[in-house]
Design a protein around this ligand. Structure first.
Ligand code: KIV
Ligand code: ZN
Length: 529
């Protein structure tokens, strides 16, 4: 039964919905070296839509014919998401943005012009009156074609409040429906940026009739904090980019903002419509496509973000996740396969990792493994899966890995195709077999050999190489991701020879696939299925 008290408490608990406006394909692509081919932008746009962003800004239509076509394609194909055309206060820009987004089911036009005195004096070389005039004409021009007009006074946080109010008021008078106040240079502090929205809403004529949005850059590492401050002051749309890519230090990171709201939304009374389980995959896709590596310690999507090296943390975590984690990585689609094992790891974590490969050890074997592990961890920074499995084999006098790499030779150079020869031992029959392969690069040649040696239905998805030390004798770490039957498996290995490290990581990843299937079968048999 619904009572008045129920209704009152439902109303009190109703959360304000924050729209996520994604600008990965526009501002994100403005990051040096991040430009993408039209077909790559389309793939990312599909993934953004799948993840549930509310608005996609797919690019700057006037900038090139390829860009125009990508925006047109995205507008036609993605009919479930609002598409935003982007333009300076210039007729040709507006015409191009309007034409490119013509077939979108829902669309808006985003117009911007600088509002700070320094931009007016040195970049636009225009007076305040001229800027207001130009903006008025162009907002009115755009409004003839598109109803929903978003206006951004660029460099707002360094503008005089008087002029900021004046341009915003004029934009509203001409028909702007969304006011996006950007911290273009990442200069604002949360305690001053948030209240600015309240002052604009209350101080500008018509200010209570429009929707407010924010767009923060991360030059001082404050983009998320400033966006949250804006939300506290009534903003209902935040402009973000995946992995925080964008001009200079980038934009407000989608995954950080969304997870801050997801984790602490009760305190703020807000929520988003993002399907968080797609976050990790989207982050990987953007990083791979733009060739932008993600810092190990990047919140949410960095590879260390949910890894626990200290024995105390690992022990606590395995007893109860909440002891040392405030979010569940699986809720963001992050594979939980990589607790980093190193010299700080305790028995509990080692046993757990080994059990993920379907191996169970008695007490004596575990003690033997632990001692070998500690000796190895002193030597290597990280005990990777392939080393761990070798140690398990030595401690138990068994061969755990379905396949192991015995030998690798590569011929690389400038004038010919690269040739590799790889010897692999199969634990099924104990035989060693040698395979040869060629490729455009030495790694490709090696991958061809291993694929032939391990006939498993697993797709080689990604290879990351990191240097774990400096100097010409540096040790390299390779992390290979393979996918099989819709599941991802990661293998890692460390060696001074990076080709060998990559080969071992690939073998470890495919071994992981085989062992996961075997473990499933054993469990099914044990359960009498
Ligand atoms: O940073 C910025 O001010 C922008 C605007 C054009 C929104 O990207
Ligand atoms: Zn920007």
């Amino acid at each position: 039964m619904t009572t008045n008290t129920n209704i009152a408490s439902d109303i009190a608990e109703a959360k304000r919905r924050i729209k996520i406006f994604d600008t990965t394909l526009r501002d994100g692509e403005q990051a040096p070296g991040a430009s993408m081919k039209p077909e790559q932008k389309i793939v990312i746009a599909r993934q953004l839509a799948r993840m549930g962003v509310d608005v996609i800004e797919p690019g700057f239509a006037i900038s090139s014919p390829g860009e125009f076509q990508a925006i047109q394609h995205i507008s036609r194909e993605l009919q479930n998401v609002e598409i935003c055309g982007f333009a300076r206060c210039v007729k040709a820009d507006i015409d191009s943005a309007v034409a490119a987004t013509q077939d979108a089911a829902r669309r808006r036009l985003h117009l911007f012009i600088s509002a700070s005195q320094i931009h007016l004096d040195f970049q636009l070389r225009k007076t305040q009156d001229q800027v207001v005039q130009m903006m008025r004409e162009m907002v009115a021009y755009g409004k003839q074609f598109v109803d929903e007009i978003e206006f951004s006074p660029m460099d707002a946080s360094r503008s005089s409040e008087e002029f900021l109010f004046r341009v915003v008021e004029a934009a509203i008078e001409e028909g702007a429906t969304i006011i996006n106040i950007p911290d273009t240079m990442g200069y604002a502090l949360p305690e001053e940026f948030g209240p600015l929205f309240t002052r604009v809403r209350e101080g500008v004529r018509g200010g209570d009739k429009v929707v407010y949005s924010t767009h923060c850059h991360n030059d001082l590492g404050l983009a998320v904090a400033n966006s949250l401050a804006a939300i506290r002051h009534g903003v209902t749309q935040v402009e973000v980019s995946v992995n925080g890519v964008g001009e200079r230090a980038g934009n407000c990171s989608l995954e950080e903002l969304v997870m801050a709201i997801e984790t602490r939304g009760d305190s703020m009374g807000v929520e988003t419509g993002i399907r968080t389980e797609h976050i990790y995959e989207t982050s990987r896709l953007v990083s791979r496509t733009m060739h932008f590596p993600i810092a190990f310690n990047k919140p949410i999507v960095g590879r260390n973000a949910f890894q626990h090296e200290s024995g105390i943390h690992q022990d606590g975590l395995l007893k109860n996740r909440n002891t040392y984690e405030i979010m569940d990585p699986e809720a963001m689609g992050i594979p939980r396969s990589m607790i980093i094992l190193g010299k700080h790891s305790g028995r509990h974590a080692i046993k757990h990792r080994v059990s993920e490969f379907g191996v169970s050890l008695d007490e004596k074997e575990m003690e033997e493994l632990y001692n070998r592990f500690k000796a190895k961890a002193d030597e290597l920074k990280i005990v990777t899966d392939d080393v761990l499995m070798e140690l398990v084999g030595e401690s138990t006098d068994t061969i755990v890995q379905p396949y192991s790499l015995v030998d690798l030779q590569v011929l690389a150079g400038s004038n010919r195709s690269r040739i590799a020869s790889v010897t692999i031992r199969s634990s099924a029959d104990g035989e060693e077999r040698t395979y040869t392969g060629a490729g455009d690069g030495p790694l490709e040649a090696v991958i061809h050999c291993i694929r032939e040696a391990m006939p498993v239905d697993a797709v080689f998805e990604d290879l990351e190489l990191h240097s774990l030390s400096t100097g010409e004798d540096a040790t390299g770490e390779a992390v290979v991701t393979v996918s099989s039957a819709g599941k991802r498996n990661i293998g890692s290995a460390v060696h001074k020879d990076i080709i060998l490290a990559a080969a071992k990581a690939y073998v470890a990843a495919v071994n992981g696939v085989i062992l996961a299937v075997r473990t499933k079968e054993v469990r099914r048999e044990a359960a009498g299925e």
